[in-house]
Design a protein around this ligand. Structure first.
Ligand SMILES: Nc1nc2c(c(=O)[nH]1)N[C@H]1C(S)=C(S)[C@@H](COP(=O)(O)O)O[C@H]1N2
Ligand SMILES: [Mo]
Length: 328
């Protein structure tokens, strides 16, 4: 195996240094992930025409979804760009539990979503375990059309259905000690076969985290649906995080656990390559990724075959009026 230079710990900023991160970064991860992870193959499907058989199979992934009758939140009824065609959004995904390419929609159908439960635990006065019925009963659903920006410099506009994270805060009442929230995604090595390389060395399960103040922001959203129906598995059924001012990787899919913590936890991509995926991960056109510019994005809107239009990337993905004060 080729040797890849890993900077010694004294070259990393102090804040990045924990025993766990050093262990993962230096001993195992970077050598398999640089060149194989996020961003390695932008738009690998470009130029590929979907066959009729593929289109039929893709549409079959919507067959068992339920229709959700919800009202649109008028503040988020639309953005200045067209909504991405459903067929594109559901066939161009990141979900490393089911593969390291954008074409995981077939593999993701193995995700078992029956009897799903979400445990809400940690520093809260009122811990809960919700099933999906409880969620619908406790949290009125609404539709919000949000811009979506992946750290790999592609973007979409997606019509999510769900509820604001601040409603969950009100329901479980975090204690004064709670400073961070951590989302944990479904993981079962018998089912989530991973991206096909270094499965046992990746920091599964996928986790992501926010500061409590970020979770309390009006934009932070749990999605249980998209395009008027429950989420197809490839989008992270049955419940996932949507944080439109941050890069897409902060939006953990298929959440099974939500924990309130005192300390900032390690998270999946930040553990693997901290120099490329910082904890905050706010969309920022002026801060290039070490391997590419973030000034522009490939906006993916019209299908069924993949194509895009270059657009300028906006600070906070266009949501500065809602979130900039969190970072001043
Ligand atoms: N559990 C889990 N959540 C995840 C990912 C993942 O690989 N696993 N990928 C992230 C990334 S990089 C992006 S861009 C979005 C993609 O969401 P979408 O496929 O629904 O568009 O999911 C995020 N959430
Ligand atoms: Mo992403």
């Amino acid at each position: 195996m080729a040797f890849i230079h890993i900077p010694p710990s004294w070259q990393l900023p102090e804040s990045k240094i924990t025993a766990e991160r050093l262990y993962f970064n230096r001993r195992r991860f970077i050598k398999t992930l640089v060149g194989a992870g996020i961003g390695a193959s932008l738009l690998p499907l470009a130029g590929c025409k979907k066959s009729q058989a593929q289109l039929t199979e893709l549409e079959a992934t919507y067959k068992n979804l339920s229709t959700l009758e919800v009202t649109t939140n008028p503040t988020f009824a639309s953005v200045e760009r067209p909504t991405t065609d459903r067929i594109l959004a559901s066939s161009y995904n990141n979900f490393y539990e089911f593969g390291g390419t954008k074409s995981i929609w077939q593999a993701a159908q193995k995700l078992p979503t029956e009897d799903w439960k979400v445990e809400v635990t940690g520093l809260v006065r009122n811990p809960q375990t919700y099933d999906l019925e409880d969620i619908q009963k406790n949290f009125p659903l609404e539709e919000r059309t949000y811009r979506f920006r992946c750290v790999e410099a592609w973007s979409m506009v997606l019509p999510w259905i769900g509820f604001p994270m601040k409603s969950l805060l009100a329901a479980v009442e975090p204690t004064e000690k709670a400073k961070f929230i951590r989302f944990t995604s479904f993981y079962d090595p018998k089912i989530t076969s991973g991206p096909g390389f270094s499965l046992s060395t990746l920091p599964w399960p996928y986790t992501e985290s926010l500061r409590i103040e970020e979770m309390a922001n009006d934009l932070a959203f749990f999605a249980v649906g998209i395009y008027g129906q429950t989420l197809p598995k490839q989008h992270g059924a049955p419940i996932r995080a949507v944080l439109p001012w941050k890069y897409g990787f902060k939006g953990a899919k298929s959440i099974v656990k939500i924990e309130f913590l005192e300390e900032q936890p390690a998270t999946y991509w930040n553990t693997i390559v901290p120099s490329e995926y910082d904890f905050e991960a706010n969309v920022n056109p002026d801060k290039p990724h070490p391997r590419w510019s973030q000034a522009r994005e490939k906006f993916i809107a019209q299908g069924p075959d993949l194509s895009w239009e270059w657009k300028e990337t906006l600070p906070y993905n266009g949501y500065g009026e809602f979130v900039a004060s969190l970072y001043s």
